[in-house]
Design a protein around this ligand. Structure first.
Ligand code: C3B
Length: 816
């Protein structure tokens, strides 16, 4: 008698796990140990995916299809193991197999380190998009850098952020496939040399360069149960032989090793500055390194198809620039086409403009990348020449169309002159691309009407919007199995592929039985989180309280301070007994501050100090708790979000380009308290005004207040509760050991003009929070609102975003 198929597959999986433990890891499979069996399972799952991956890559070649190159200096994929298991539809099988060894799958999953190859939203978006490209069968690749050290590991010591090294590759990752045979030479420095070609034309070549090799390292990104596996290719810097030889010949052994190490530094570490680039030489090297390697790979594939001319290049290749980080691509493609392929400037430029599209992710002025002309000229001399030539032709053209408008030339130029000569990378990206998009409707509107207004006039139709999205596979199915199961039990599983199906849940919003099941799931998730917090922090929290979460990078524009002021206000009300009835809350904060961003680091200290005061005050009891969870990352978000009641999306209007955390919360049934900013606006539109807690000044108000007349001191003087909260911060109530510690925070709000308009929004925020509490006291109402949030989030699937890019920008169709 043959065993049923499932038994067979469980048995063969078990064999594979043990085989890998013994033969791949060289470990004794007995007794089964967690760490080893985790790896054995990884390799066994990977084996099952590799065939599909090879098949997918082959199908690209066979169908000679146009492919998308998603270029991003950051990716935040989160853990892979469960993602692969679910993509292959083998969760039950895996659970059973490891159970037979006396192990628990959920515990094994916790063994995996998060690849922290990104800072925050931009990197996580790139990973959601990879997931959707695979699931929607859009032919393409992700390209980036395999950093040895990802975003730093955050610990909190005495309330302060400490940064530790994130050596995620210390133990080889089972997911990274190193391709020693895909190596490209990357040049830097040297000079541009003019020469005459055989036809007597003046041409240029880049000579006397220093070089480094880029080695391809691949990570598979599977679609959901569709056999399609997309490749994410990350480059690692490897020193070149010549480089070493030069020193060896001089007998300088140590020098040879040192220069090897120095050249490999390029892919050593991710820059940890979210939204504010630092003009560091190594960062520009990283950008060009990954751009040059990627373009050699693109051209290798293009040539494989034996095209007779480059004219059809844009029919084969679409390159998406994820922010300006890869914008040097435009000069690089021009260099290849003009210098190496001998195309005319005009032909090359047409090809460029048809190939590139650019996504802008922020309007914060400090975040717009510029590189000094001096630095580019030294590191990439030929590229600087090309950038000047692009600019010369561009300004010529503008000058002809708008004679006498010197102001316009100055505002559009690729070169800014006010602060030493700087190349504006956003301008390069705009003029070298056929399409520029923002990431939410409001943000795209700001690009057109404020930041890049003159460009929009110049190129009508070039600017467009693609509202961000998130993958429902990771952010609902994987992160929230209990809710997924409940949803599946009433509307089936089609939402996994087509999130608009969630709308069928709306019919159950008032159904008492469904409401009860919904509440039970949410309660269970909150209990799981409480257990996690107890384990991690040793702090007990009560799952019956309102879970209020503010988790994202720490930045003044995200206004964690506004939240803290509300917490202090609640604290004061509880202490003074001025609220007859208080709805108990637990405040969750998590997020990293850029290591050099002192104000953000002080905010972390303040959150922890307030937490210490509140949590330790017997007068408060269980009514208010504040926890700061260290080392926020994708896996931690997956634990927090399904347990949230309230999602804090309280940035100054106009400053958060989109946000994607806001979407993850609403999808999981949390209600949002938020400003009219980024994608909040569109979330509120779909979930309905009644199911969203709105407050605060609009983007236009902000613009007006910034133009003059805003007086935070007057607000401070006239609001007793606000004044009290601020005075407590500034006089050392939360820092008795160093009373002046938090002065810089209060100074930024009072003495320095409160640029982020915290005080301007305080009263409305506190009032809206009171409405939150009131609604929470009515479980039937709250549950209805929660169900309707989930039900209406279909629009925010990254599948929808990716299909918009594919149709409107890349002009590619899904493979059949
Ligand atoms: C972020 C923005 O701050 C978010 O509003 C947005 O949702 C995401 O990008 C994705 O579009 N962002 C970032 O994480 N890093 C930057 N350098 C710029 C923007």
């Amino acid at each position: 008698m043959t065993a049923p198929e499932s038994n067979q597959s469980v048995e063969s999986l078990k064999d594979d796990i043990q085989r890998h433990v013994a033969l791949t890891l060289g470990s004794d499979p007995f007794p089964p140990r967690k760490g080893r069996y985790y790896l054995g399972l990884c390799y066994s799952v990977r084996d099952r995916l590799l065939g599909q991956w090879l098949e997918t890559q082959r199908s690209y070649y066979d169908s000679i299809t146009k492919r998308v190159y998603y270029m991003s200096l950051e990716f935040l994929p989160g853990r892979f193991l469960m993602n692969y298991i679910q993509a292959l539809g083998m969760e039950e099988e895996c659970r059973e197999a490891v159970r037979d060894f006396g192990l628990d799958l959920d515990e094994l999953l916790e063994e995996e380190w998060n690849p922290g190859l990104g800072n925050g939203g931009l990197g996580r978006l790139a990973s959601c998009y990879m997931d959707s490209m695979a699931t929607c069968r859009i032919p393409g690749y992700g390209y980036g850098i395999l950093y040895d050290y990802g975003i730093f590991y955050q610990t909190i010591v005495n309330g302060y952020q400490h940064e530790g090294a994130d050596n995620w590759l210390r133990q080889d990752s089972p997911w990274v496939l190193r391709r020693g045979h895909f190596m490209f030479l990357i040049n830097f420095y040297g000079r541009s040399e003019a020469y005459e070609d055989s036809a007597g034309h003046e041409r240029f070549r880049w000579v006397d360069t220093e070089s480094v090799m880029a080695m391809a390292c691949d990570i598979m990104v599977p679609g959901h149960q569709n056999g399609h596996v997309t490749n994410m290719r990350l480059w690692k810097a490897i020193s070149t032989r010549d480089f070493e030889l030069e020193h060896f010949n001089r007998g300088d052994y140590i020098g040879a090793v040192q220069s090897k190490v120095e050249s490999e530094n390029i892919s050593k570490v991710l820059y940890p500055n979210d939204t504010s680039p630092r003009g560091k030489e190594l960062r520009l090297r990283q950008q060009y390194f990954f751009v040059a390697a990627t373009f050699q790979d693109i051209l290798r594939r293009f040539r494989k198809n034996n095209y007779s001319s480059f004219d059809c290049f844009p029919d084969q290749v679409a390159v998406q620039l994820n922010d300006t980080h890869p914008a040097i691509s435009i000069a690089e493609l021009m260099r290849i086409l003009v210098d190496e392929e001998s195309l005319t400037w005009e032909t090359a430029w047409t090809i460029c403009q048809k190939t590139f599209s650019y996504t802008n992710h922020t309007v914060l002025p400090e975040a717009l990348e510029t590189w000094s002309v001096e630095l580019i000229g030294r590191m990439l001399p030929r590229h600087l020449q090309i950038i000047f030539e692009i600019n010369r032709r561009f300004l010529d053209d503008v000058g002809k169309r708008f004679p006498g408008r010197v102001d316009l030339l100055r505002s559009l130029s690729l070169i800014a002159e006010d602060n030493g000569k700087q190349v504006r990378m956003a301008h390069l990206a705009i003029i070298g691309s056929h399409t520029v998009n923002g990431v939410a409707e409001l943000h795209s509107k700001i690009l057109k009407t404020r930041l890049f207004k003159d460009f929009d006039n110049l190129y009508p139709g070039k600017f467009t919007n693609v509202t961000n999205g998130i993958t429902p596979r990771r952010w609902l199915m994987q992160a929230n199995p209990a809710l997924s199961e409940l949803i599946g039990s009433v509307i089936g599983d089609e939402w996994i592929h087509d999130l608009s199906h969630l709308s069928e849940l709306a019919a159950y919003a008032d159904d008492p039985e469904f409401q009860q099941r919904w509440q039970e799931v949410r309660k269970r998730n909150k209990k799981l989180l409480a257990r996690y917090v107890l384990r991690k922090l040793g702090v007990g929290i009560n799952p019956a309280t309102l879970f209020d979460m503010h988790i994202k990078r720490i930045h003044e524009y995200k206004r964690q301070i506004l939240n803290v002021l509300h917490v202090i206000t609640l604290y004061n009300r509880i202490r003074s007994g001025s609220v007859a009835h208080h709805v108990p809350r637990t405040l969750f904060f998590a997020g990293k501050a850029a290591p050099g961003y002192m104000q953000a680091k002080l905010i972390i200290k303040l959150i922890n100090a307030v937490g210490q005061a509140v949590n330790g005050d017997p007068a408060v009891g269980n009514d208010l708790r504040v926890v700061f969870l260290p080392n926020y990352c994708v896996s931690q978000a997956e634990k927090l979000i399904p347990a949230a009641d309230l999602s804090e999306q309280i940035s100054t209007a106009g400053m958060e380009a989109s946000g994607t955390g806001n979407m993850k919360f609403a999808l999981n049934g949390a209600l949002t308290i938020g400003t009219l900013d980024g994608a909040n606006i569109e979330i509120r539109e779909v979930v309905g005004e009644d199911n969203f807690f709105l407050f605060g000044h609009t983007e236009e108000d902000v613009h007006r207040l910034h133009s003059g007349g805003y007086d935070p001191v007057q607000i401070y003087e006239s609001n007793i509760e606000l004044k009290k909260a601020l005075d407590m911060i500034s006089t050392g109530f939360f820092s008795p050991e160093a009373p002046g510690l938090f002065r810089p925070i209060v100074d930024s709000l009072l003495a320095h003009g409160d640029y982020y308009l915290v005080l301007a929004d305080y009263a409305k925020y506190v009032a809206e929070q009171a409405r939150v509490s009131k609604c929470y006291e009515d479980p039937a109402l709250w549950t209805r609102m929660s169900i309707l949030n989930t039900a209406n989030m279909g629009k925010f699937s990254s599948d929808r975003s990716i299909m918009e890019y594919a149709r409107n920008i890349w002009k590619v169709s899904p493979l059949t």
